[in-house]
Every structure is written in C-alpha cells, then in structure tokens.
Design a protein around this ligand. Structure first.
Ligand SMILES: NC(=O)c1ccc[n+]([C@@H]2O[C@H](COP(=O)([O-])OP(=O)(O)OC[C@H]3O[C@@H](n4cnc5c(N)ncnc54)[C@H](OP(=O)(O)O)[C@@H]3O)[C@@H](O)[C@H]2O)c1
Length: 318
C-alpha cells in the first residue's frame, strides 16, 4: 500500500494516493484486467465472487475475495465498508450463437437494470465516495463516418435501454453526493470468450462479419479496460468513451481471419440481421468513437492504440 499524507476528500482521489477498490465481476474479463492494473498502480482490491473456485482465483492475485451476489445489498455494503471506490464490472454477456436464443439478454438486462441500482445503493450505504460503472459505446446512434464523442446522440432500443438505465442508476449515486463515472467501452477484443468464438469460426473459414464492410467499430483491448478503471479513480464525474482507434469492419474481420490463418474474412448474409432483430442491430452501427475526452481528463492512453493481429496472440498460441 502506497501511503501519501494530506487531507482526504471522499470521492476525490488522486493518482498519488493508494486506495482500496471494491470490484464486482472480479472473475470476469474486465475484473481480471482491472485487478492486475489496480495492483500495478499500488491499489488494494476487494473482489466480489460467487464460488470457492473464483475466490481462490482472486486470492491468488493478491486481492481479497468477498463472497456474495450482486443482488444482496447488505453483503455488498459490508464488503464495501472501508473502500474508497467501487467499480461495477459484473456482466452476463451471451457469447456467440447463444446471443440469438430467446431470452438470451435476460440475465444481462437484470444486471444492468437492477444490479447497477443495488450496487449504487450499497456504495452509498457503505459511505464509498466514488462509483465507476462499466457501460458500452454501442448505445450511440449510427453516425456513418462522423466522429462520435460524449455529446453524440444515443439510440435507445430494447437492446440498449438497460445500458442507459444503468448509467442513470450510477448518476443517482452522484446526485446523492458521490462521484459517478460511467466508462463507455468499445467491443472487448482479445483473449476473451466472444473473440475466441469469432476466431474459431474464422479459422474454420466461416463468416464473422456483421453489417456493412465500410462502417466503423469501436474496440478495446482487455488490458486497456483495466488501465481505464485505474484512471477512472481520478476522473471528474461523467461519461467517457474508452477504446482504441476506431476500425472499419472489413479491417476488423480480416485482422481476425488472418491471425486465424486465413487470407481474409467473410461477412454474414443480411438476412441474419433480420433474424437477430435489435440484438444484432447494435453490432452493425457505424460508430467512429473518440476516447479523447477520457485521455484529456485523466491522462489515460491505450497501451493498444490500434487493432493489430498481435491482439490475438494468446488465441493463436492456445
Ligand atoms: N464491452 C464489451 O465488449 C463487453 C463487456 C462485457 C463483457 N463482454 C464479453 O462477454 C463475454 C463474457 O464475459 P466474461 O468472460 O467476463 O464473463 P461473464 O459471464 O460476462 O461474467 C462477468 C463477471 O460478472 C460476474 N457476475 C455475473 N452475474 C453476477 C451476479 N449475479 N453476482 C455477482 N457476480 C456476477 C461473473 O461472476 P461469475 O463468474 O460468478 O458468474 C463474472 O465475474 C466476453 O467475451 C467479454 O469480452 C464484452
């Protein structure tokens, strides 16, 4: 623990001060990356887990596991006691073809609509000064080739509404006197379960592209999720886009396919989009998203500023 003298104002954290952060989703892709980055920055971590297996995994990193469920306000508040910040990184994103099944968004919608509120309430009850909520840049409206910043319009559909509600629940924490930060991440792309599914399909010569080839995607390397959570500890309250340089869908698909040993990737036929309705529509929006504001306000810069085949090295080795 890096101790620094000086007055401490709850919620107003500085980069020099070592703090204690309570993480939900500690065993997930965002949680693992955040634990590593927070430890590297000299912070202490308490990680919410539901199983003994994940408790052991979190303990092995040097973080303190805290057993409980996202919907158990009392257990959460007890775990958050004495923490300076909470980062709500719990999700239940359906991977691959499972996303198309009826009811596939039920768990993740509940986490966004109710879980985010329970976490925010527990943080207030525990007297935590700062709440960081993972959010998504998918919520922005399609803006073709125009750049998207935090003032750009949001397109609320049945698929994106729970994300917007989660941001509102976090804003309510801010209204109660805390500092509320929502990080609108791009599509996590690296050694995570969803990319691994796309990688296996591409290696087999199957289609992985959705939507128009010349449209823009906002992506983020898993490592940069963790460093963004660290920088969010000293960000002014608000919403921030977090990702690397936007990439055109044709380049995204080809980069994955080439890393998987193919000469190029293929796009799915447009009728699949009609089958997937609003669930797939969000994956086709043209989103040329800028993360400039977050960099300017916090000094964060992605370690992986541009999508390259190196992002898939761990999948190639596996
Ligand atoms: N921005 C993005 O693109 C984005 C964002 C999020 C996820 N994803 C993708 O979704 C895929 C799956 O993500 P993942 O591997 O991190 O796993 P996941 O299954 O989505 O789980 C994420 C974390 O949330 C926790 N969690 C879920 N429900 C909970 C509850 N009721 N109480 C307490 N904790 C709860 C999980 O704990 P348990 O292990 O106990 O279930 C886990 O630690 C990955 O491919 C990832 O990249 C993408």
């Amino acid at each position: 623990m890096r101790g620094t003298p000086g007055p401490f104002v709850p919620g107003q954290l500085t980069r020099e001060r070592s703090v204690k952060v309570f993480l939900t989703g500690a065993s997930g892709v965002m949680g693992r990356s955040s634990i590593e980055a927070l430890h590297q920055a000299g912070h202490d971590v308490v990680g919410l887990v539901r199983t003994e297996e994940h408790a052991a995994m979190v303990a092995a990193t040097g973080a303190q596991p805290w057993k409980g469920d996202l919907y158990d306000r009392q257990t959460l508040a007890a775990g958050m006691a004495g923490c300076d910040a909470v980062a709500n990184l719990a999700t239940k994103v359906p991977v691959g073809a499972a996303a198309l099944r009826p009811g596939s968004l039920k768990a993740i919608d509940r986490i966004r609509l109710n879980g985010s509120r329970v976490v925010a309430d527990a943080a207030t009850r525990a007297g935590v000064g700062r709440l960081v909520q993972q959010s998504l840049s998918f919520i922005y409206a399609d803006q073709a080739d125009e750049w998207i910043d935090e003032h750009s319009p949001v397109d609320v559909t049945r698929a994106t509404e729970p994300v917007v509600v989660a941001e509102d629940n976090v804003r309510a924490f801010g209204d109660r006197g805390g500092v509320a930060v929502s990080l609108r991440f791009g599509l996590i792309t690296g050694d995570d379960a969803n990319t691994a599914w796309l990688f296996r399909r591409a290696a087999a010569g199957r289609s992985i592209g959705l939507g128009r080839e010349d449209t823009w995607m906002h992506v983020v390397h898993p490592d940069d999720v963790g460093t963004a959570v660290v920088h969010a500890l000293c960000a002014p309250g608000g919403y921030y886009n977090v990702g690397s340089e936007p990439v055109q869908r044709r380049d995204y698909v080809d980069t994955i396919a080439q890393a998987a040993g193919r000469t190029g990737g293929h796009f799915l036929p447009p009728w699949i989009l009609r089958l997937g309705g609003e669930k797939l529509e969000i994956l086709t929006r043209s989103q040329r998203v800028s993360s400039h504001l977050f960099s300017e306000r916090t000094g964060w810069h992605p370690r992986h500023p541009q999508l390259t085949s190196a992002w898939f090295d761990e999948l190639v080795e596996a």
